[in-house]
Design a protein around this ligand. Structure first.
Ligand code: DQA
Length: 146
């Protein structure tokens, strides 16, 4: 197994920093990537950080993570979390463990955010800790058997 952790981000997460900062915080995705890279170095891991507004890209990238024998996938699927059976099927189809991350805590928000197709298939979920959640997820990924 490789030391690479894929960090995949779905719709609208490219707007982090300016998007509803009272909910999602003021860090941009690049800020988060920078901190993750520093942390990954200390853990002997490498990160592959990506973002797309298109569901199929997330599917393809999870297939790629498995083909590359990645250690784990950290996935913030944005709103696709609550709608995408394709992501549910993909997470179940691959052997690579997937960790679900959300900046906000969807359970304290609108009812339509309470259901997570990603969470139904992921190894575990980290939500509600803002950008720190990505770093907590990286700690979890580091704990997986190489
Ligand atoms: C989110 C929560 C989702 O409900 C929302 O659609 C997002 C961001 C989060 O990180 O808190 O786009 O995944």
């Amino acid at each position: 197994m490789s030391n690479t952790v894929f960090v995949l981000n779905g719709p609208n997460l490219n707007l982090l920093g300016m998007r509803e900062p009272e909910i999602y915080g003021s860090d941009t995705l690049d800020d988060i990537a920078g901190r993750l890279e520093d942390k990954a170095q200390g853990l002997g891991l490498e990160i592959e950080m990506r973002q797309s507004n298109h569901e199929g890209h997330l599917v393809d990238w999870m297939h790629e993570a498995q083909a590359d024998n990645a250690r784990a996938v950290i996935l913030n699927a944005g709103a696709l979390t609550h709608t995408s059976i394709a992501l549910y099927d993909t997470i179940r189809a691959i052997r690579t463990p997937v960790i679900e991350v959300h900046l906000s805590n969807p359970h304290t928000r609108e009812a339509f955010r309470h259901k997570s197709f990603v969470g139904m298939a992921a190894v575990g979920t980290i939500a509600g800790f803002g950008a720190l959640g990505y770093e907590l997820a990286l700690d979890a990924a580091a704990s997986f058997e190489p």
